[in-house]
Design a protein around this ligand. Structure first.
Ligand code: ZN
Length: 302
């Protein structure tokens, strides 16, 4: 199982507290020490729109580079792509909402034109050998339009694959998905790509309505081996201010490892990092493993 650590980007982007660059770099370093090998570290978006990501260049200049660690920069357009290249990220992730209204409200352009832009960016990235993923936002539900047609998700996935994206991430941006929906969407995608090379599938779940882990397991049962998660479960949902964030890396690692999957992540170090992050943010993180601890517990008291 490959867990893509998204706390430095999706996690912090939705937190009320802005962390200094130094703390972000330490968070990323701790994630690497815990075994994370793909980390969505920064987002190259307009600093006035997303103040939490204003220091993207500074973060990328200070993270420890290692040949076995891939730092991902999130990109929304050509300008972001240029900044990502200048910062020498190891890969990029282009986000495209599948809903028309969400696209217009969130990125000031229709979904169609955003998809066209993502295709262009993916082609450019492929041209210079920069790995590119495309994340389809609000793939399981839109705060403005409600239910999302899985056919739309399938269509955008096809286009992403054709443009050269090696991976498509299905994102439950507002945390409304349930396992049956995850199964039906993934099954529709699989049917579409049957017999021909499709993109690698990745999922991005939020635990906004406590369904994130059930959705992750539903995806794993259908063969998904790439899952986004955030240490501490930090983050939030811009459309549900009181809600929790992404599924937590440590809770997901516990769930997967106890189910017989290897993640390459060290649970104790993840828990320590979640505590570090909670202190930096000045709040109790939503993840449960930092409170409960793993099982079986280390044999100290026996
Ligand atoms: Zn997210």
């Amino acid at each position: 199982m490959e867990i893509i650590e998204v706390s430095p980007r999706d996690g912090l982007q939705n937190e009320a507290v802005l962390l200094p660059t130094k703390t972000k770099v330490e968070l990323i370093g701790r994630a690497v020490d815990a075994g994370a090998r793909r980390i969505e570290a920064v987002s190259f978006v307009r600093p006035d729109a997303v103040p939490a990501m204003a220091d993207a260049e500074a973060v990328m200049a200070r993270v420890r580079r290692r040949p076995d660690v891939s730092y991902i920069g999130l990109v929304l357009n050509r300008r972001g792509f240029d900044r990502a290249r200048e910062s020498a990220v190891d890969e990029i992730n282009v986000v495209v909402p599948v809903s028309e209204t969400f696209s217009r409200r969130n990125q000031n352009a229709g979904a169609e034109s955003l998809m066209t832009m993502a295709e262009e960016v993916a082609e450019r990235a492929a041209g210079i050998g920069l790995p590119c993923s495309i994340t389809l936002a609000v793939a399981f539900g839109c705060p403005f339009e409600g239910e999302v047609d899985p056919e739309r998700v399938v269509e955008f996935s096809m286009r992403a694959a054709r443009a050269g994206a090696r991976e498509v991430a299905l994102a439950d941006t507002i945390g409304v998905a349930v396992p049956a929906q995850v199964r039906s969407t993934l099954t529709a995608l699989r049917a579409e790509f049957a017999g021909r090379p499709g993109p690698l599938l990745r999922t991005h779940f939020h635990n906004t309505r406590n369904t994130g882990y059930a959705n992750a397991i539903a995806a794993v049962d259908l063969g998904v081996t790439r899952l986004d998660a955030s240490i501490g479960g930090v983050g939030g949902c811009p459309f549900a201010p009181q809600a929790t964030g992404n599924i937590a890396t440590e809770d997901l690692v516990y769930l997967l490892e106890r189910s017989g999957f290897e993640t390459g992540l060290d649970l104790d170090r993840l828990i320590e990092t979640a505590r570090f992050l909670g202190e930096a943010l000045g709040r109790l993180v939503p993840a449960l493993l930092p409170r409960a601890g793993g099982f079986p517990a280390p044999a100290a008291g026996v």
